[in-house]
Design a protein around this ligand. Structure first.
Ligand code: NAP
Length: 286
């Protein structure tokens, strides 16, 4: 299986297709092992997912050199304060059984939290980068104004912005803003959390090429120039999702997919400006 790389603004190569791991729990190691056997080398995890240990175990037991992998993790919502960010980043490295991650992201901007001081949190990611403990750093779910806020005090520009994007919610304005700044967009939920699978527009497009609706949705994201990591629990679906490099969607196909855009009604996740996943968190000053 040959997966092309994109090149981030600092020259680091990132495989354009990977495996997502959100909602994988007890079976994470088994699912990641299966994906590695299929040929996936890019794995997207997060502190929030509670499965970094399992991802680390699968990678370590593969017998494949660490340098062959591209591992991403993300700073969880309660961990924005600089000393907490440093401590939990170390824990992520331990759990992933590695000395470095390939990419580390601020998972959500949480504007109402930690006085919205995104610049202070970003400065800690810059430390990880300077130390060589993160080969690239970026953000996730950042809207234009969050990116602008970070850039006010940043030494380094975010290299990646990981945002929700699929045919029902293409998120095009933000994708274009990223591009203007040289930021690579990673499209999360590229299958609309599975919702694309029975879509008739994607099915009829796919029939022209002998491809499934999921493969058409993935191909659409790849042709936009985004990085994608559909989550799939079976080897069969992992193979299917990676079998997308032998066809090309035509301009007419792309126009039909444009017609699937439902705007914010097509969104499966939270509005980043209203993300309130803070219940049960220990106050930061404690
Ligand atoms: N930064 C963020 O805030 C954020 C938020 C959400 C997600 N993410 C990342 O993005 C990744 C992908 O997003 P996601 O997991 O939410 O959703 P997704 O990849 O769009 O969809 C996953 C769903 O699609 C199903 N599926 C997979 N391949 C399929 C196929 N070929 N045909 C039909 N159904 C298929 C999966 O089922 P099975 O698993 O049963 O195979 C699962 O139910 C996550 O895993 C995570 O790494 C990041």
């Amino acid at each position: 299986m040959r997966i092309p790389d994109l090149v981030l603004m600092n020259g680091v190569k990132i495989p354009q297709l990977g495996l997502g791991t959100y909602k994988l729990s007890d079976n994470t190691a088994q699912v990641v092992e299966s994906a590695i056997e299929v040929g996936y080398r890019h794995i997207d995890t997060a502190q929030m997912y509670g499965n970094e240990q399992e991802v680390g175990r699968a990678v370590a037991s593969s017998g494949i050199a660490r340098s062959e992998f591209f591992l991403t993790s993300k700073l969880d919502n309660p961990n924005h304060k600089p000393d907490v960010a440093r401590r939990t980043f170390e824990q992520s490295l331990d759990d992933l059984q590695t000395d470095y991650v390939d990419l580390f992201l601020i998972h959500w901007p949480l504007p109402m939290y930690y006085n919205g001081d995104l610049g202070a949190t970003w400065a800690v990611l810059e430390e990880f980068y300077e130390q060589g403990a993160a080969r690239a750093i970026g953000v996730s779910n950042f809207l234009e104004h969050h990116i602008d806020q970070v850039m006010e005090t940043a030494s380094l520009r975010p290299m990646v912005n990981q945002i929700e994007s699929h045919p029902f919610y293409p998120n095009t304005a933000l994708h274009l803003y990223d591009r203007e700044l040289g930021i690579v967009t990673e499209a999360w939920a590229p299958l609309g959390r599975g919702g694309v699978a029975d879509n008739q527009v994607l099915r009829s497009i796919g029939n022209q090429y002998g491809k499934t609706p999921a493969q058409v949705a993935i191909r659409w994201g790849l042709q936009r120039g985004d990085v994608l990591f559909p989550k799939a629990s079976t080897k069969e679906r992992q193979r299917e999702n990676a079998d997308v490099f032998d066809f090309h969607l035509s301009p007419e196909d792309l126009l039909r997919i444009d017609g699937m855009n439902q705007g914010v009604d097509g969104r499966t996740g939270m509005d980043p400006d209203k993300m309130e996943r803070l219940e049960g968190l220990i106050p930061l000053e404690n």
